[in-house]
Design a protein around this ligand. Structure first.
Ligand SMILES: *[C@@H]1O[C@H](CO)[C@@H](O)[C@H](O)[C@H]1NC(C)=O
Ligand SMILES: *[C@@H]1O[C@H](CO)[C@@H](O)[C@H](O)[C@H]1NC(C)=O
Length: 393
C-alpha cells in the first residue's frame, strides 16, 4: 500500500509542470535559524520541479518476448510466487503525478543539505568498466558491499528482470540495503548510470521497502539523485509514486513477491523509459531524458543486477545489515532473494538472455551470489546474506 499522506499530486500542465507550492505548518523542532532557512530554500528547490516539456509516452518499444510465464517450478520449492504490484489508495487526477513529499526532517536527517538525495561520491558500482571486472583490480570503496552479476560484452539499450522483494534488516540509520539494476556507460568521473530497484534506507524516515530510481552523469559527484529529489527523471504515470513503499514483501519459507522492472531506450527520441510490472499489469512510469547524460545518450556498455549494502562497521564490527532476505543464496527459492528472467535489450531491439553472467561479491563470507540458467527462470541470480556472522566478524 502506498502511504497516501506522503504524497501529493504534482500538477502537470502540458508542456509545463508547475508544482503546487508546499506550505509547512507547525514549528520547526530544529534550532538554528540559518540552517532552517537553508533547509527551506532547499525544500523549495526540491518540491518545485521545473520541467520545460514532458512527453507522455515513448515513441518506441523493444520487440520483447512476452514474459508471462510465472511458473516457478524450480527444484527447490513448491511455493507460489505471487505477482503483485502495490496498489495506490486512489490515484492522482489526470495530468498530475504522485510524488513523495519531502519535509524538513528528511533534509535534516541527511548528512548535509547539499548531499540530500545524492549517493555518496564513493558509491560507484565497482564494475564500471570491463577492465575492472576482475575484483582484484577494482578498488571497491570500503563501506559499500556488493553481490552482483553483470554483462559487458555488448552494446545495451535496456534491461529487464523480475526482482524478488524483501524487507531486510538495516542496522544503522546511515546504512541501506538494496536490490537493483545498474545500466552504465563511461567510467570514474565520467560514469553515467541509470539505476532502479527496491531499497530499505532509514534515511527515508522508516524501514519500509521502497521502490527507488537513481541517475548520475559524473560518477556520483555533482549530478544525479534518488527518485525525484532533483530535476532529471520525468514522471508521466499518475498512479505509482517513485519512493513509495512496496508491500507485501516476501516471507521466509512462505509467500514470495516480486516486481518486474524494464528500462529501455527510445531509439527515436533517445530517452530512457522506465516500466514497472509486466503484461497487463505493466505501467510506464516516466523517462530519463537523453540530455541528462553523456555516454548514455547513446547506449550502455555494462548492465549489472544484484544487491548492495553499506557497512559502517559500527563498533569495529561488520554490520548486521542484511542483503536480500538476509540468507545466503545457497538456501534457494523461498529463503534467499533472487532476480530472475534477467535480460538486456540488444542492438537489434530484442530482449536477449545473457548466457554467461559474470558474478562479483566484495566479501563472500558476508554476502554471496549464485547464478543459474533454466527455461522458466531464464538467467537468474540468488544473492544476499546476513552480514556479520562467525565467518564475517
Ligand atoms: C587501490 O587502492 C590502493 C590503495 O588504497 C592502491 O595502492 C591501488 O593502486 C588501487 N588500485 C587500483 C586498481 O586503482
Ligand atoms: C519450510 O516450510 C515447510 C512446509 O511448510 C516445513 O516443512 C519446513 O520445516 C520449513 N523449513 C524451515 C527452515 O522453516
Amino acid at each position: 500500500m502506498m502511504d497516501v499522506k506522503w504524497f501529493y499530486c504534482l500538477v502537470a500542465v502540458l508542456h509545463l509542470i508547475t508544482a503546487a507550492q508546499l506550505c509547512y505548518a507547525g514549528e520547526s523542532r530544529f534550532p538554528g535559524s540559518m540552517k532552517k532557512i537553508e533547509v527551506l530554500k532547499h525544500l523549495n528547490r526540491l518540491n518545485k520541479r521545473p520541467v520545460k516539456s514532458i512527453k507522455m509516452r515513448p515513441t518506441y518499444h523493444p520487440s520483447w518476448v512476452k514474459d508471462d510465464n510465472f511458473n516457478t517450478d524450480t527444484s527447490s520449492s513448491s511455493s507460489e510466487e505471487i505477482t503483485q504490484l502495490w496498489h495506490s489508495n486512489g490515484k492522482c487526477p489526470k495530468g498530475t503525478i504522485p510524488i513523495l513529499r519531502t519535509n524538513e526532517e528528511d533534509v535534516l536527517r541527511a548528512d548535509s543539505i547539499n548531499s540530500y538525495g545524492k549517493k555518496k561520491k564513493k558509491s560507484s558500482f565497482p564494475v564500471a568498466r570491463p577492465s575492472s571486472i576482475n575484483p582484484e583490480v577494482s578498488n571497491v570503496s570500503k563501506d559499500h558491499e556488493y553481490a552482483t552479476a553483470n554483462t559487458y560484452k555488448g552494446i545495451y539499450y535496456g534491461a529487464k528482470a523480475r526482482f524478488n522483494i524483501w524487507n531486510p534488516y538495516v542496522q544503522e540509520h546511515n546504512e541501506f540495503s538494496l536490490s537493483q539494476v545498474w545500466i552504465q556507460s563511461g567510467s570514474d568521473s565520467d560514469l553515467n548510470t541509470i539505476e532502479a530497484g527496491w531499497q530499505v534506507a532509514p534515511q527515508y524516515g522508516d524501514t519500509k521497502t521502497r521502490l527507488f530510481i537513481y541517475w548520475t552523469r559524473d560518477g556520483y559527484q555533482t549530478t544525479g539523485c534518488y527518485n525525484l529529489k532533483c530535476s532529471g527523471f520525468v514522471q508521466t504515470n499518475n498512479e505509482i509514486a517513485i519512493g513509495a513503499s512496496i508491500s507485501p514483501t516476501s516471507r521466509f519459507n512462505s509467500s514470495q513477491y516480486g516486481i518486474t522492472i524494464l528500462i529501455w531506450k527510445d531509439r527515436k527520441e533517445a530517452d530512457w523509459w522506465l516500466q514497472i510490472g509486466d503484461g497487463l499489469d505493466a505501467k510506464i512510469i516516466g523517462y530519463w531524458p537523453a540530455s541528462l547524460f553523456s555516454y548514455l545518450s547513446e547506449s550502455a556498455s555494462v548492465v549489472a543486477w544484484g544487491g548492495e549494502v553499506i557497512n559502517q562497521r559500527s563498533g569495529g564490527q561488520h554490520t548486521t545489515t542484511q542483503m536480500g532476505s538476509g540468507y545466503f543464496p545457497q538456501e534457494g527459492f523461498g529463503k534467499a532473494s533472487f532476480i530472475r528472467n534477467i535480460q538486456t535489450v540488444d542492438e537489434t531491439n530484442t530482449l536477449t538472455t545473457p548466457q554467461d553472467l559474470n558474478t562479483y561479491t566484495s566479501q563472500k563470507s558476508c554476502y554471496d551470489i549464485v547464478k543459474g540458467l533454466t527455461d522458466n527462470w531464464g538467467s537468474y541470480i540468488f544473492f544476499g546474506g546476513p552480514g556479520r556472522n562467525k565467518n564475517c566478524p
